[in-house]
Write a new protein. Sequence first.
Length: 358
Amino acid sequence: MIAFRDAQQLSLLVRATAFVFCDPRSRELHDLIARIAPSEATVLITGETGTGKELVARHVHALSNRRNAKFVAINCGAFSETLIESELFGYERGAFTGAQQSKAGWFEAASGGTLFLDEIGDLPLAMQVKLLRVLQEREVVRLGSRRPVPIDVRLIAATNVDLAEAVRAGRFREDLYYRLKVVGLPLRPLRERTGDVLPLARHFLQSYARRVGDADVELEPGAERALLAYPWPGNIRELENVIHRALLVCRNGVVTAEDLHLPAFHPEPLVPSAFSPPFLQEAVRDVPPPVVATALARFRDAWRDLLESGEEVRFETLQHELVRAAWEVRQRNQVQAAKLLNVSRNILRTYLKKAGVL
C-alpha cells in the first residue's frame, strides 16, 4: 500500500489518499512503476476521477533518482487561460499589469525534481504548443523576457480525459500526446480491481478509528459483501468517504451494511457525446440499447437534413448549442453536464462562456 504521509490534513474532496496493490491488476501496475521510476522518462497517468493519480505520481517520484528533490503538483484546470502561462513559465517585472516583480514559474520551482501536471487535458491548445516546446528544448522563457532559462525537471502528467480521443477530436495536439506518453500508467477504476476494495476499506477504517481513539472497529461480513457488490463510481475517494461516515455512525465497534449507507446505483444510459464521435460509435457498437440507438438515428437524420438544406452551419455554433442543451438537461449543473458530454468541467465552462450563458 502507498498513502500520503499527511493524509490527515488532506481534504477528502481533493484527492484519494491511499492506493493498495492487492488485486492482480494492481500488482502488475506496481511492478511497472518500479521498473520505470528510476528512468527520466515522461509519464502519463490516466484514470477516472478518484483513482489516485497524484498518489501514484508521488510514488513514481519516491522511487526515482530525484526522490530527495522537490515534488511540485499543479492542477492545470485550476487556472484560467490568461494565468496558466505565467504560472507555469513565470514572468518578468512589467510583463503585464500588476507584475511589480519577477516571479519564477512552476517549471523553475521544480528544478532538479519532479513536476506533476494534473488535468493536462484541460490545457488550451495555445498552451499545448508552448509546453511541447519546453519539453523539446528543456528550457522556459518567462513572460516579458527573451532569455531562455534551462530547466532540469522530470514531468509527470495526469488526466481523466481520453487524450487519444481528444487528439482525434482536435482538442489535444498529437505531438504533445506522444511526447507525454513515453510511459503510460493506466489506473483502473475500483470496480475493475475488486481485490483492492476490502484492503482499502480496512486501511481507511483503521486510519479514521485511530483519530477518534477507537482502534477496535471491524467490518461485519454483510458490510464486506456490500462493499464488494457496489460499483464505486467515485472510486477510492468515494470509498474513503463512505468508510469515514460509517465509522461515525456505527455501534459497538462493528460497521454493518446499513452503516455504509450505500446509494442505490442505477447506471446512466449511454449518451452521445458531441465532442467524441469515435468513442461514442465504439461504445454504441459494443452495447447498443434500443433507446440510444433510436436517439442516435434521429440525431443523424436531423444532422443530415441540416447539411442538405444548404443553410450555413458553423461548427462553433453547433458546439455552443450542444453544450447549452446538455447544461439545461442537467438542470444547469456543470459537473453533471460535463459528465454527460464526457469532457472536464473546465472545458464545459469554456464553451458555456463562449456561448454567452455564463
